[in-house]
Design a protein around this ligand. Structure first.
Ligand code: DC
Length: 222
């Protein structure tokens, strides 16, 4: 039986598959904390790049990662990453140099190790702050971070629809290149957990996707 007092939802999928928008709405409807783990890799990438460190930097990058302290600032239903005392802005973590480099940083075991425990701790953060659950979106949440999540959702959408969403967001990075790198890396690649519910949202509204997830939660006793 699930611990019906608290629910963990793992929401994985490729770039622009609608994870964050869906997770945000699920969080608001169900009074869950939403944590976007793409922002964690983006924040680390932005911080490393600002120190002149690229993903091939080896020892210098490892030394930098050792200095990193991560905390969470709660803003409404969002758990925002605070890196060495500062919450990086959306503009910083969505900058073109970050878009271009983040998948190469995220493929590094040292970078993934730097955020793994922090991400797992978000369940305790959400519980302590009085939320009824945690919805975390990313690439490896159902496979690595919360393999025992109460519900795992894997979102997919047509490439053309995803490119159109990206363009509407004013971003023009090549999501297919990032997805290829994210799916083929050795450590925690992008893949659906065996017990994930796959939802193709190409022709569904955000409302319809959230309604499906709400139904899945109800079926699981939440
Ligand atoms: O969700 P996003 O597009 O903001 O994620 C940015 C990058 O971070 C993405 O290309 C892969 C990486 N990422 C990851 O490797 N694992 C996660 N759990 C979340 C993101």
């Amino acid at each position: 039986m699930p611990d019906s007092s608290f629910c963990v939802v793992a929401m994985d999928g490729g770039a622009a598959s609608g994870k964050s928008s869906t997770a945000k709405l699920v969080a608001a409807r169900s009074h869950f904390l939403h944590v976007d783990t793409g922002a964690h890799y983006r924040a680390l990438t932005a911080a490393a790049l600002s120190k002149g460190l690229g993903p091939e930097e080896g020892d210098a990058l490892d030394q930098f990662l050792e200095t990193v302290e991560l905390e969470t600032a709660i803003n409404g239903h969002d758990g925002l990453i605070r890196l060495n005392g500062r919450i990086p802005s959306k503009a910083e973590i969505r900058a073109e140099n970050v878009n271009a480099a983040v998948s190469r940083f995220a493929a590094l075991p040292a970078v993934r190790a730097c955020v793994k425990t922090y991400q797992q701790e978000q369940e305790a953060v959400a519980r302590a702050a009085g939320f009824r659950g945690l919805v975390m979106d990313g690439r490896d949440i159902g496979t690595v971070i919360f393999p025992h999540a109460d519900l795992k959702v894997f979102l997919v959408a047509d490439p053309a629809e995803r490119a159109a969403r990206r363009a509407r967001d004013g971003q023009n990075d090549t999501i297919s290149d990032r997805d290829h790198l994210d799916s083929t890396r050795d450590t925690a690649p992008l893949q659906a957990a065996a017990d994930a519910v796959v939802i193709d949202n190409s022709h569904l509204s955000l409302e319809e996707v959230v309604e499906r997830i709400t139904t899945l939660l109800r079926e699981r006793g939440f």
